[in-house]
Design a protein around this ligand. Structure first.
Ligand code: ADP
Length: 202
């Protein structure tokens, strides 16, 4: 059973890696960013409400996000697992997800924290050139990440779920490290491997 949360700053490669692992593990890649961008494009009610926040690099309000994730994790394709990319992004979302998973009798195996230095993040995002990848918006997203999402590192470390991975390596190397994590038994005491900084024990 593969159930992983991808944490980490914007531009760290969460989406790319989650996409690859999702194919290899045959579980859906659930990216709230992708879901929101599709909603904006289709001009649904959700999309119309979310658009302004996304363009400004702000988080879309929790009252829109919580229902969305509840509905998505209730769909049939999640029966064998899931990879969550972009959710949770603040403490309220993380606490909501905790309660939701208890309610639907699921557990998250690991929380992957992809670590990449700020300047590399900015460079990657500028190269990507998405609509919200203009420099001032990128800087704001990084700030929002530091303020609201980074506290989740401690949140999940406290639950012994966190696995930090150096995301500033080539794509294949990161994928390999992630695959060794996926193969670990979450019930077992985490091993410290040379290229994985296990942060299960503070
Ligand atoms: P990145 O990882 O580059 O920040 P995402 O695709 O994950 O890109 O997110 C893009 C935007 O979508 C965010 O800046 C935010 O506005 C919105 N968004 C995505 N996920 C969430 C979430 N869980 N809560 C609030 N807003 C979100």
């Amino acid at each position: 059973m593969t159930r992983l949360i991808f944490l980490g700053p914007p531009g760290a490669g969460k989406g790319t890696q989650a996409q690859i692992l999702s194919q290899r593990c045959e579980v859906p890649h659930i990216s709230t960013g992708d879901i929101l961008r599709a909603a904006v494009k289709a001009k649904t009610e959700l999309g119309q409400k979310a658009d302004g926040y996304m363009s400004a690099g702000e988080l879309v309000p929790n009252d829109l996000m919580l229902g969305l994730i509840r509905e998505r994790l209730g769909q049939a394709d999640t029966a064998n697992g899931w990879l969550l990319d972009g959710f949770p992004r603040n403490v309220e979302q993380a606490e909501f997800l905790d309660r939701l998973l208890t309610e639907i009798e699921q557990t998250c195996e690991f929380v992957i924290n992809l670590e990449v230095p700020d300047e590399e993040l900015v460079a990657r995002m500028l190269e990507r050139g998405r609509k919200d990848d203009e420099e001032s918006v990128i800087r704001n997203r990084l700030e929002v990440y530091r303020e609201q999402t980074e506290p989740l590192i401690d949140f999940y470390q406290g639950r012994q779920l966190l696995r930090s991975v150096d995301g500033n390596q080539d794509l294949d190397t990161v994928t390999q490290v992630l695959q060794t994590i996926v193969k670990q038994d979450p019930e077992a005491t985490p091993e410290v491997e040379p290229d994985i900084k296990s942060e299960a024990k503070p």
